[in-house]
Design a protein around this ligand. Sequence first.
Ligand SMILES: *[C@@H]1O[C@H](CO)[C@@H](O)[C@H](O)[C@H]1NC(C)=O
Length: 331
Amino acid sequence: MKLLALLSLLAPMLQEAGMTSLLEKRRERGEDRLHGEGDASAVLHLGDDALSPDRHDGVIDLSDRDELADYGDQLPKVKGARLASPTKASLIQSTKPPRTPTSSPVMARPTAPGLPASRTSHGLPTCLVCVCLGSSVYCDDTDLESIPPLPQTTAYLYARFNRINRIRAGDFRGLTKLKRIDLSSNLIFSIDDDALRPLPELQELILLENQLAALPALPTAVEVLDVRLNRLQSSGIQPGAFRALEKLQFLYLADNLLDSIPGPLPLSLRSLHLQNNVIETMAGDTFCDPEEHRHTRRQLEDIRLDGNPINLSLFPSAYFCLPRLPLGRFT
Ligand SMILES: *[C@@H]1O[C@H](CO)[C@@H](O)[C@H](O)[C@H]1NC(C)=O
């Protein structure tokens, strides 16, 4: 009897204690997750270092290169996660680079009081929701559903791990200083054709892990275009879409639904990643001009066609101008 009374007295306290420890556990797990991300990215980065654009130093912004590393061999897992309409956590674990402003203790928000108080869809000034540092705006993992109004001086925009689903023609209007846009791991299925084209300085366009079936018109200064892990179809790439991009060096289109190699490819191209698509065939002049046998493409030394149904042995005269054979099935 006494024991029962004691138990009923203790019950609410035990319950409360239980809740607290549960919360604590959850918090710990959150921290573990952050550490785990760092490790995973480090491994991915190391594992595929040879294929990352890092070795072409001087070409691209070196301040935050990790997410450019191509984690090719990890892709089946990532793709599986995507197809199974992933939770945010699974996306974060698979691709989040180790250094993100949200987990960095150095960058407190709000900052940069001198910048204009542009407003986001929440009705808050962009530089309160995001972190504005010099000409960089960091909006990673901030629940954005659209591109926030950006300071005129923005050169680097990071808005990864949000729920942005469209890019509209006016979203980047007048942002003539933009050099890099990174919208990895959003839900973007549509980009208005005029949204990016007018950006004169844009060098890096990172649209990794979205829902795009088609590419918009591309800005002519672009050097790195990363549209891996989308739903790109060959019909969604305009014929000649890359022809005028005379500075394009890295074209990453792996893990899409392409059934042909897009072309013509600009001579500036150094890396063409098309692994894990559904390419079955190619034209004889995809890489080399069959009429011009002295013609070479010394720059294009990194072509990936592995993970496609194409039998590369069927096109013996397609590679003579290349410094290296494409990676893929040759039997
Ligand atoms: C690929 O093409 C080559 C050359 O025609 C042929 O010998 C080989 O059997 C083909 N491989 C497959 C798996 O079809």
